[in-house]
Design a protein around this ligand. Structure first.
Ligand code: SRM
Ligand code: SF4
Length: 564
């Protein structure tokens, strides 16, 4: 869809109302009217169809099997056990594919049919979680380091992020009217929106808070990032990053992934002002003519980083201080039990591709339900989604630890104990069958690919070496593949671009190594490189860093065209 039409739809929408109510009431089709398909994103939902049966239905002259995906706005991915139980019940009642943890710490429900959309939205809101602005050209779910180690810092950073998420919501009542039956003031004008205006942002906008030394949020992939600076256990402020982003289009050098730039330091009380300054500058300067060039990263490259930063400082009304030193050591998760500073235990579980369901011999949904029931009455216990699609059960009272451990073992939730490090941190986006943009499999292919890849690692004595592996079904990059030491980016069914050589800290992009290759081609390309790595690597040298040192890839920290 061209920028023009999306821009028109937004402006004419009367603050995101459009004709969603009429679309929902239309009994003739399982779809919404076209413009409402755009607007519903701002309410946290996407219209999709089951691509596995698209062709079959076409031949039968049936409309596609339309259904809806709903995404929650859950800053930092934190919910209580009681909320977990409600979300589980919603997934069981209305959705088809269980609960899905996303790479931005949201829950997704897939396969909800149109006439149950309102009931599902009501049920989500009844759990005190909403879906407003989870998608669309607005600030999305705010990601926060899931870090279970520094409990105090996490609590502070989480609170800041949750407040910011609230402050940056669009100022419309449309959501409450359409889904929750709020009465519209008769003849009322659409609410003015001081941050977004009537056309919202040119494109989606993403914020992440990192707590070094773990870069689990991939802060350099965010439009706006805050890197917590902690002194003697206190968060004294944040280094600010701008202009990260992953999305690209095959064969279009105008689009590319980009790592963010660090532009300075702010104190905690300046977090909101700097966010509003960055967002409104992007609102006013961003490209509304060419949608593919509308992300903040392109605005910065087109207008110049220094220029953009000066405008942000002008709008914020203060100058950013010089950035403070920071060090990241990795962008994955830390699995198993850790003791928090708060006397509580935290357990990080591996959830393959974030998919939680009872299927294929798994009982993940049931197991986590039992754990949630156990923790429901324990004060402070939390379920925390990680940006790597995993799950932290946080703040477990010492008296309950053994029972949690027993349930984890009973329901097979302890795969973190036996999985190879590469399998543990591998990420795959959803892709087929629900994603309308997928060109190849990702989530459904990950287990098979990892197994074969582990075989290659084994042959070279590298099974215990953590290698950061990411699969995306298309170049949009929802698994942040361009920050993977190894990434497969979907090109066509069974075929991928093989990208290599990012670092382990999420600071350096990878490079295209083989184009449009199948599994044999991928494993065949990796085999000799892993052989060399096994023989030639320095102590503690990661695979991506080795590939750079060995000249197999080049440093793409400065954005270049995606070499396709
Ligand atoms: Fe994404 C579009 C899934 C994180 C970049 N993404 C989509 C859609 C909605 C497809 C569509 O537009 O029709 C996918 C729905 C699939 C499905 O069936 O569920 C989808 N994106 C996801 C999730 C669920 C992947 C996952 O497996 O976890 C993640 C949901 C995050 C959330 O909770 O909000 C998800 N998407 C990301 C990320 C990673 C991140 O944000 O940290 C990126 C790369 C970072 C970035 O934005 O630059 C990402 N998604 C995209 C893009 C490319 C944007 C661009 O700048 O070009 C699209 C396509 C678009 O917007 O046109 C996209
Ligand atoms: Fe879909 Fe592409 Fe995102 Fe994967 S990367 S979920 S295939 S849009």
């Amino acid at each position: 869809m061209s920028s023009h039409s999306v821009e028109d739809i937004k402006k004419k929408s009367r603050a995101l109302r459009g004709s969603v109510v009429e679309s929902l009431a239309n009994p003739v089709t399982g779809a919404l009217f076209e413009d409402d398909q755009t607007l519903i994103k701002y309410h946290g939902s996407y219209q999709q169809d089951d691509r596995d049966i698209r062709e079959e239905r076409r031949l039968q002259k049936l409309e596609p099997a339309y259904s809806f995906m709903i995404r929650t706005r859950t800053p930092g991915g934190v919910v209580s056990p009681a909320q977990w139980l409600k979300l589980d019940a919603i997934a069981t009642t209305f959705a088809e594919r269980g609960l899905r943890i996303t790479t931005r710490q949201a829950f997704q429900f897939h396969g909800i049919i149109k006439h149950e959309l309102k009931a599902t939205m009501e049920a989500i809101n009844a759990s005190l979680i909403d879906t407003l602005a989870a998608c669309g050209d607005v600030n999305r779910n705010v990601a926060v380091a899931a870090n279970p180690l520094q409990s105090q810092a996490h609590a502070t950073v989480f609170a800041t992020a949750a407040t910011l998420s609230e402050q940056l919501l669009p100022n419309t009542r449309a959501y409450y009217e359409i889904w929750l039956g709020e009465e519209r003031v008769e003849g009322g004008e659409p609410e003015p929106d001081p941050i977004y205006g009537e056309a919202y942002l040119p494109r989606k906008f993403k914020i992440g808070f990192a707590i070094p030394p773990i870069n689990d949020v991939d802060v350099f992939a965010q439009d706006l990032g805050y890197i917590a600076v902690i002194e003697i256990g206190e968060v004294i402020g944040y280094n600010v990053t701008i202009g990260g982003g992953m999305g690209a289009t095959h064969g279009d050098a105008e689009t590319y992934p980009r790592v963010a730039d660090v532009i300075g330091f702010v104190t905690p009380d300046q977090v909101f002002a700097v966010a509003v300054a960055v967002i409104t500058t992007q609102r006013d300067w961003g490209n509304r003519e060419v949608r593919k060039r509308a992300r903040l990263k392109y605005t910065i490259d087109d207008r110049g980083l220094d220029n953009f930063k000066s405008e942000v400082e002008r709008r914020a009304g203060f100058a950013l201080l010089p950035a403070r030193p920071f060090v990241f050591d990795h962008n994955g998760d830390r699995f198993g039990w850790v003791e928090g500073e708060n006397g509580r235990s935290h357990l990080t579980l591996r959830i393959l591709s974030g998919r939680i369901w009872d299927r294929d011999g798994l009982q993940l949904l049931t197991g986590l339900r039992e754990i949630a029931k156990l923790l429901d009455s324990s004060d402070g216990a939390q379920f925390r989604l990680t940006p790597n699609q995993n799950l932290v059960i946080a703040n477990i009272h010492p008296a309950l630890r053994e029972q949690v451990e027993a349930l984890v073992a009973q329901y097979g939730l302890d795969t973190y104990r036996t999985s190879s490090p590469t399998r543990l941190n591998a990420i795959a986006c959803v892709a087929l069958p629900t994603c309308g943009l997928a060109m190849a499999e990702a989530e459904r292919y990950l287990p098979e690919f990892v197994e074969k890849f582990e075989g290659v690692l084994e042959r070279h004595g590298l099974r215990q070496q953590p290698i950061n592996l990411r699969l995306s079904g298309c170049p949009n990059g929802c698994s942040r593949p361009y920050l993977g030491e190894i990434a497969l980016v979907g090109k066509a069914p069974g075929r991928y671009n093989l990208m290599l050589g990012a670092d382990h800290r999420g600071e350096r992009l990878n490079t295209l190594y083989r184009e449009n290759v199948d599994e044999v081609g991928i494993l065949g390309a990796l085999d000799p490189l892993l052989e060399r790595y096994a023989l030639e690597r320095h102590d503690n040298e990661y695979f991506g860093d080795f590939l750079l040192r060995a000249g197999v890839v080049r440093d793409r920290r400065i954005p270049l065209e995606v070499a396709v």
